[in-house]
Design a protein around this ligand. Structure first.
Ligand code: SF4
Length: 366
């Protein structure tokens, strides 16, 4: 293991932070903190923090799982491209098992449709070059963390002039969703743990809109001490009645973000309205490829419009889980009809999904 990361797992320091938090939260009866990010949800479970401060402090999982918030509208677009345009689809593995209308990309692949999995967006280029007898569409999924990778792919597509590869953007804007949750009155929490990896790209000032809702927030990293330190900072803010945003992950996050990555996003993408699972159409909720690159935009190339989106086919309550309205264990299908081998919704599929976190870690820690 990398020694430098051992520093962020130091047991004695963890004990000190843990005791500090425990003693501070004992003065409160029902504090609620939302961790926005799905990776935080899993890590808070994995390191045993989720139940460690109850009943005084409860963690509420937020909508920060990009595969989970990919909407049925977007899945319908992907399925339509396969069925009606006969193109091949390239994407990240997590999306493959997400069901829509009783079917997933994985099912399509079993039926012989061309679907390739990549770990990095730019690998789509070599697939399209190697299998040049077919047209390919890369499905760009994720928050601001993965958009620079899609930008890098678009840059290569433009520079190489490759004809049989285009991109469809399912990318989501984290800033908009926090504002949307606040405006909808769904942010009934005392504090927010903000995502460290998104913040490393966009900077912590990006989330300034939260100030309108008067909820203290802290940008947090992902190692055990990062998370404990972030919780400590947040609890200290709540105790003092402080508002605003603090950064507890300064080794990776600058206030203004990463200029190079922001430039790469701004070069290829415009912020646009976008459909999120569980929240519907969100103003400025996503990123669309700029008009000057529309020949590389699969929505334009294949004239995708007005695709019929079938109404909900099962009892999945992912939408409510994603906005923290219910916990997965309150879903009647949890571990009854729905499990990682037979998921009814994306929250049980994605490695950042809240239902998967409860399924996996409750059994180990619970
Ligand atoms: S447990 Fe399954 S059915 Fe219930 S909300 Fe989660 S993914 Fe959907």
């Amino acid at each position: 293991m990398n020694k430098s990361f051992d520093l962020f797992k130091d047991r004695e320091l963890a004990k000190k932070l843990f005791s500090h938090i425990k003693s501070k939260v004992s003065h409160f009866s029902n504090l609620k903190i939302m961790e926005f990010c799905g990776t935080h949800t899993h890590n808070i479970f994995q390191y045993g923090f989720r139940y460690a401060f109850q009943p005084n402090l409860k963690f509420i999982a937020g909508p920060g799982c990009p595969v989970c918030v990919t909407s049925d509208n977007e899945l319908a677009e992907a399925f339509w491209l396969l069925e009606k345009r006969g193109v091949g689809v390239i994407t990240y593995g997590d999306l493959l098992k997400v069901p829509y209308n009783g079917k997933s990309l994985f099912d399509y692949r079993s039926e012989g449709f061309s679907i390739e999995i990549v770990y990095s967006a730019i690998d789509a280029l070599s697939i399209a070059k190697k299998k040049s007898d077919k047209e390919w569409v890369f499905l760009g999924v994720g928050f601001e963390t993965t958009i620079p990778a899609t930008s890098a792919l678009l840059d290569l597509v433009v520079r190489t002039g490759i004809k049989n590869l285009s991109v469809i953007s399912f990318h989501k804007n984290t800033k908009s969703i926090i504002s949307a949750l606040g405006s909808l009155g769904e942010l009934r929490v005392d504090g927010i743990l903000l995502p460290g990896h998104v913040s490393a790209v966009v900077g912590w000032q990006y989330f300034n809109d939260i100030n309108a809702f008067g909820i203290p927030s802290v940008v947090v990293g992902f190692e055990p001490l990062d998370i404990l330190y972030g919780i400590k900072e947040l609890i200290d803010m709540i105790e003092k009645g402080e508002r605003g945003i603090k950064c507890a992950y300064k080794r990776a996050v600058q206030e203004e973000g990463n200029r190079k990555m922001l430039d790469s996003i701004n070069k290829f993408f415009d912020v646009t309205d976008c459909n999120w699972r569980g929240l519907g159409n969100i103003k400025n909720g996503g990123f669309e490829i700029k008009p000057e690159y529309s020949i590389y935009n699969a929505r334009k190339r294949y004239k995708i419009e007005n695709i019929e989106v079938l109404s909900k086919q099962n009892q999945c309550l992912c939408g409510d889980v994603l906005i923290g309205k219910i916990e997965p264990i309150e879903c009647p299908s949890f571990d009854v009809l729905c499990n990682p081998d037979a998921p009814l919704g994306p929250c049980m599929v994605s490695h950042e999904g809240t239902c998967l976190a409860y399924y996996k870690w409750s059994r180990i820690n619970g």
